[in-house]
Design a protein around this ligand. Structure first.
Ligand SMILES: [Zn+2]
Length: 267
């Protein structure tokens, strides 16, 4: 999958072309085929703007299985990122960066499709890992209902946090063969990775634990039950931070240091 994405991305960027709908459709096709997601997307919609939230650039609705792309929101994201980060990049990297933004947005939505697929397929016991338990328990919740808590909920929501981390992981793996040719792009992706790993960790609180504390109810009970039955403190550090579970101050400091070493963090 990564090789095909890289070929597509290079094909456009080398020719000096900014990604278009054709690119987006090809990218979706590659990921859908490789991850066997076709029964979870009935339609790819291209709309001008999201009616309620004009800043949204893409969305996936698991109820009607529609993946929507919003042209205005997408253009806005390109402009916003371009303005903020363009200084980081050399001439060759600049167009590549624009194309990367669109690619990441689409990969993020496709992560939600994969999450949905994994929440409705009942995995055999040995396949159940902490990530899919957390995603399944947090999926399908309307976090926009409570506007007062929306910001914290959105920041901590495991499905959002993990979709961001996973989309940058895919980009990192995809660009691995050419990383030395695009050093600042590599720095940007690493910066984003560390930033999202640290997302939601505030004093004495971990994002996933906080998320279930806020939503409460049956979901929290099931989550607590899972934690009780599995020694999550024995999980390796990389898995605990990836899933938004408790980490030590020292572990937090280790990732923060790495983040602060990136050029991205200084912008
Ligand atoms: Zn999302």
């Amino acid at each position: 999958m990564n090789e095909e994405i890289l070929r597509l991305l290079f094909d456009y960027s080398k020719k000096g072309k900014i990604v278009d709908l054709n690119y987006i459709n090809k990218l979706i096709e590659i990921v859908v085929n490789k991850r066997k997601l076709s029964s979870f997307i009935d339609e790819v919609n291209t709309l001008t703007v999201h009616e309620e939230k004009p800043s949204i650039s893409a969305s996936y609705n698991s109820i009607n299985k529609k993946l929507s792309i919003y042209k205005l929101g997408m253009t806005e994201q390109i402009k916003l990122h371009g303005k903020k980060y363009i200084e980081m990049f050399n001439k060759v990297e600049r167009l590549f960066f624009t194309n990367l933004i669109v690619t990441q947005i689409i990969l993020h939505e496709l992560e939600h499709v994969l999450q949905y697929k994994n929440t409705i397929i009942s995995p055999s016991d040995k396949d159940i890992n902490i990530k899919w338990v957390i995603i399944a328990l947090s999926y399908g919740l309307n976090i926009r209902k409570d506007m007062k808590l929306y910001k914290t909920l959105y920041r901590d929501a495991p499905q959002e946090r993990i979709a961001e981390i996973d989309s940058y992981l895919t980009l990192m793996e995809t660009l691995n063969p050419v990383k030395f040719h695009l050093p600042n792009i590599q720095d940007y992706i690493m910066g984003k990775m560390y930033e999202n790993l640290l997302r939601g960790y505030v004093y004495d609180s971990s994002p996933t634990i906080e998320f279930f504390n806020i939503i409460g109810g049956e979901r929290k009970e099931l989550f607590d039950c899972y934690l009780l039955c599995h020694n999550i403190e024995d999980l390796p550090f990389s898995e605990r931070i990836y899933n938004g579970l408790d980490i030590t101050d020292k572990e937090y400091g280790y990732v923060l240091k790495k983040y602060l070493k990136t050029k991205y963090s200084k912008i």
